[in-house]
Write a protein that binds this ligand. Structure first.
Ligand code: ADP
Ligand code: MG
Length: 263
């Protein structure tokens, strides 16, 4: 049987989110097509994480509509969205520290996979296999039985990727996946993200590290004061006068321009 999947997996239509009188997200519209990897950048406080909160159902949208995989999910809960195939990796590393790496990922595999009326009481083989496949994908299967608290920050970050992947998502939301990592660690995360994208996973990521962003994303959205001020290619972004003046600065824009020309 063939399923009719829309080419636009995520669609935001004039989405706004207010905190009091302040619009953290202001009439944002954009689409992410199946198999795309799209980046969101912008200064601190621009509303990037708030936009993720609204997309992932953690905060209700005050205006506009959100469609995921052809369904109107504007009022859907985070759990419902996760079961529909939208998985999110948060900016900060949060784990069940008293448990092993595998036990942490099994939780994602058991509770984030498909809609269930009753939470699973017993772990079936499929759940355990999904957890191990996800650990293998991020290169951590050999450390599955280690207490997660004993792992370095990079591995804990990748463990969060694995928990999200164990839900077998259609789309992954990544909030600053390389924030706080050194260049070598960032390259390891980049290799994982690139292999996920090559495997066909659709990815929307927020990132400040522009070297990472421009290498991974064909299309970039830049936000400022809750609004979208740019959407287009990396090459277009480094030449955009507004993006250069409010976000990149001329030195970074020049450096990225040469980096893109050389790659
Ligand atoms: N839960 C919240 N309650 C009130 N204000 C918030 C909340 N979350 C974010 N904000 C405010 O919304 C604005 C956008 O924040 P955020 O989305 O975290 O930006 P970014 O991720 O781009 O740095 C900021 O001014 C921030 O203080
Ligand atoms: Mg943020």
């Amino acid at each position: 049987m063939t399923t009719d999947r829309p080419s636009s997996l995520l669609s935001c239509r004039s989405v706004s989110k207010y905190y009091g009188a302040m619009a953290a997200v202001k009439t944002i519209s954009f689409d992410v097509r199946v198999g795309e990897i799209v980046g969101i950048g912008g200064p601190n406080g621009a509303g990037k994480t708030s936009l993720f909160d609204v997309i992932a159902g953690l905060q209700p949208a005050d205006e506009g509509a959100i469609f995921f995989n052809g369904e109107d999910v504007t009022s859907a809960s985070p759990q419902e969205l996760c079961h529909r195939g939208l998985a999110r990796v948060f900016q900060s590393v949060v784990a069940f520290d008293s448990m092993t790496l595998r036990e942490n990922v099994v939780i994602g595999a058991a509770y984030g996979h498909r809609l269930r009326f009753v939470p699973p009481l017993m772990l079936d083989r499929d759940t355990l296999e999904r957890a191990d496949r996800a650990l293998d994908t991020v290169g951590l299967l050999d450390r599955a039985n280690v207490p997660i608290a004993s792992l370095p920050v990079l591995d804990r970050k990748l463990a969060m990727f694995a928990s999200a992947l164990a839900t077998e998502p259609l789309m992954l939301l990544l909030d600053e996946p390389v924030g706080g990592l050194n260049p070598a660690e960032a390259d390891r995360v980049m290799a994982v993200v690139r292999s996920l994208a090559e495997g066909g996973l659709t990815i929307l990521l927020i990132e400040h590290v522009m070297r990472f962003m421009v290498q991974l994303c064909r299309r970039i959205i830049i936000m400022q004061h809750g609004e979208k001020i740019y959407e287009g290619s990396s090459e277009g972004m480094v030449r955009d006068p507004t993006v250069v003046s409010v976000y990149l600065g001329s030195a970074t824009a020049r450096r990225l321009f040469h980096f893109l020309a050389a790659s």
